[in-house]
Design a binder for this molecule. Structure first.
Ligand code: 5GP
Length: 339
C-alpha cells in the first residue's frame, strides 16, 4: 500500500485570479477552436463543449440545439440504426458536430454501423467515442488499437484519470482521451467503490501528458455551473463534456414529472438501476449500481443554458486576458481557497 501525499484539487477548491488585460470586451473573445489530431487526418472546428453520451443528454434533439453554436454531441449508444437513419435523413443532426458512441460490446458492430450508413448513402458522424467506465484494462487498449486500424475518424477513448494511462491510450490510437472517474453529478463510484480522482488535478496532469504527445483531452464530469467549465478549460482541457448541466431541459431525455404543481425531469447515471433496467432488463447480481436517479427541476429550452455557459466562458477569458479558449490555460492562475 502507498499513500500519495500530493494534494489534489476539485473545481470547488480553486478560483481563477483576475489579471490585467488588453481585452476591452467579452465580445472580442473567440470560443471557436480549430483542431488537428495526433492520428486522424481530419480536422475539426467549433466550440469544444460536448453533451455527454448519456441517454438523457446525448440525444438527437440536444444535438440539433448544440449544432447552432457548433458545439458537439456524443450521441448515446442505444439508438438503433433505423433511428440514426431517420435523424440523418431529416437533417435533424449535423454530423460534423456528432460522435457515435460504442462500449466494448457495441464496438464489435462498428463496421456494420458505418457500412449501413454508406450503403444507404447517409453521411457519417465525425467522431467515434469509445466509452467504458474503467479505461484501465488491457482489453480496452486492444479495442482502441483495433478501432484505430479500421477508421480514420477522430477517436475519443476513456475514461481514465492519470497521465500514464492517457499516454498509453494515445499511443494505442486515441486522438482524444476522456478524463474523469467519479466526478459525475449522478455518479456514485466514489461512495460505492472508494475509487476516484479530484477532477481539476486529473485534467492538469492528463492534459500535460496528452499534449506532450500531440494528443488532446476531454474533461468529463463534475461541472455543475458555468464557472466550472471555465476552470476545466483553464486547467488545460481541450474539450469539456457536460451531463447534468444539459439535463432537465425540453430537449433532454428522461421522464417529465409533475409534483405539487412543479415540473421535474428525471436524470440518471448510465450505470444506475434505472438505466440498467431500461436497457438490460435487469441488474446483474455481480454488479453494484454506480449511478443514481434524481429529479431535476425542469429548466425549459436548452438555448438559455447554452448562452449562460458561453457567456460565462467569454467573461472568464476577459478577466484573465485570454483572447480565445486555447489561450485560457496560459492566462490562468488558480488560487487555492482556504477551507
Ligand atoms: P456530469 O456532467 O453530470 O457531472 O457528469 C457526466 C458524466 O458522468 C458522464 O459523461 C459520465 O462520464 C459520467 N456518468 C454518467 N453516468 C454514470 C454512472 O451511472 N456512473 C458513473 N460512475 N459515472 C457516470
Amino acid at each position: 500500500m502507498r499513500v500519495d501525499r500530493d494534494f489534489k484539487l476539485d473545481f470547488d477548491d480553486v478560483l481563477i485570479r483576475p489579471k490585467r488585460s488588453t481585452l476591452s470586451s467579452r465580445r472580442l473573445v473567440d470560443l471557436n477552436r480549430k483542431f488537428e489530431f495526433r492520428h486522424s487526418n481530419e480536422t475539426w472546428e467549433g466550440i469544444p463543449v460536448i453533451a455527454a453520451n448519456m441517454d438523457t443528454t446525448g440525444t438527437f434533439e440536444i444535438a440539433e440545439s448544440l449544432k447552432k453554436e457548433k458545439m458537439l454531441t456524443a450521441i448515446h449508444k442505444f439508438y438503433s440504426l433505423d433511428q440514426w437513419a431517420k435523424a440523418i435523413n431529416s437533417n435533424q443532426i449535423d454530423l460534423e458536430h456528432c460522435a457515435v458512441t460504442f462500449g466494448v460490446e457495441e464496438a464489435e458492430n462498428a463496421e456494420e454501423f458505418f457500412d449501413y450508413l454508406e450503403k444507404n448513402n447517409l453521411n457519417k458522424p465525425k467522431f467515434i467515442c469509445l466509452d467504458v467506465a474503467n479505461g484501465y484494462t488491457e482489453l480496452f487498449l486492444d479495442l482502441v488499437k483495433k478501432i484505430r486500424s479500421k477508421f480514420d475518424n477522430p477517436l475519443i477513448a476513456g475514461n481514465v484519470v492519470t497521465g500514464e494511462m492517457t499516454e498509453a491510450l494515445i499511443l494505442a490510437g486515441a486522438d482524444i482521451v476522456k478524463i474523469g472517474i467519479g466526478p459525475g453529478s449522478v455518479c456514485t463510484t466514489r461512495t460505492v467503490t472508494g475509487v476516484g480522482y479530484p477532477q481539476l488535478s486529473a485534467i492538469i496532469e492528463c492534459a500535460d501528458a496528452a499534449h506532450g504527445l500531440r494528443g488532446h483531452v476531454i474533461s468529463d464530469g463534475g461541472c455543475s455551473k458555468p464557472g466550472d467549465v471555465a476552470k476545466a478549460f483553464g486547467a488545460g482541457a481541450d474539450f469539456v463534456m457536460l451531463g447534468g448541466m444539459f439535463a432537465g431541459h425540453e430537449e433532454s431525455g428522461g421522464e417529465l414529472i409533475e409534483k405539487d404543481g412543479k415540473k421535474y425531469k428525471q436524470f440518471y447515471g448510465m450505470s444506475s438501476d434505472t438505466a440498467m433496467e431500461r436497457y438490460y432488463g435487469d441488474i446483474k447480481n455481480y454488479r453494484a449500481s454506480e449511478g443514481e436517479t434524481i429529479a431535476l427541476e425542469y429548466k425549459g429550452p436548452i438555448d438559455k443554458t447554452i448562452q449562460q455557459i458561453l457567456g460565462g466562458l467569454r467573461s472568464a477569458a476577459t478577466y484573465v486576458g485570454a483572447k480565445d479558449i486555447k489561450n485560457l490555460p496560459k492566462c490562468t492562475t488558480f488560487i487555492l481557497k482556504y477551507k
